[in-house]
Design a protein around this ligand. Sequence first.
Ligand code: FE
Ligand code: FE
Ligand code: ZN
Length: 280
Amino acid sequence: MSMKLKIGCHLSFSQGYVDMANTAIEINANTFAFFTRNPRGGSAKAIKREDVDSFLEMAERHDFAKLVAHSPYTLNACSADPSIRDFAIRTMSEDLERMEYTPNNYYNFHPGSHVKQGVEIGIDFICQMLNTVLKANQTTIVLLETMSGKGSEVGRTFEELKQIIDRVELNKKLGVCFDTCHVWDAGYDIVNNLDGVLEEFDKIIGIDRLKAIHLNDSKNPCSAHKDRHELIGMGHIGNDAIIRIINHPKLRDLPFILETPNNLDGYAKEIKFLRNNYNE
Ligand code: FE
Ligand code: FE
Ligand code: ZN
């Protein structure tokens, strides 16, 4: 079982960082994701200094990889409703302040849904938000998540993500989180042509921007634009492709986060399976 693979899953923030780290260690994870607040938004739990200090020590001792925090689903920077856009700006800037308690990690968000306004206007609003909330002195890298393209989601193509990155002044602070279920549903054939998809990513965005992977199987075929995650090996992506993904020279050193429909025991089994199939 290779501990060199950086892998974890989504954990609940409710009891704080030390609790998440203990859970991660129990299931043989060495990174994790968590929602910075209730996925539906609302106010965030207080951060306690002692909890953070003990966690930082644990993370060091257990050689944790970078964490991949996730913004709430309700965050929509490109809503047509100005009060929802304003909520997105306030939430992200507060989340980024909180992220500095645990420096040098990742904060992932969904670019948003433009809902009939068109992708150009959607991208304008997303860039306005990022140009407001990013700070030159932050240590957190903000990740744009690749989306499946259901409804009017922005970020369904590498080109859309590139347009956002190009128009953000502090884009040194931006990266991309590659969700395997989403890119597959968006129409990128990572099963039969992983090399080609990564070459396209490199040509359009630049492979250096790729910072984390959401590792999921998909309940639907390529190009379905659905976004329904499946257990590893049980969907249309399948074990062979997943194993090629975790071992690919351009991906193998990144943190992998499972977002499969699972309980903790199921995550432990997936982590074990993936570690056993990771080439040292
Ligand atoms: Fe996500
Ligand atoms: Fe995801
Ligand atoms: Zn998803």
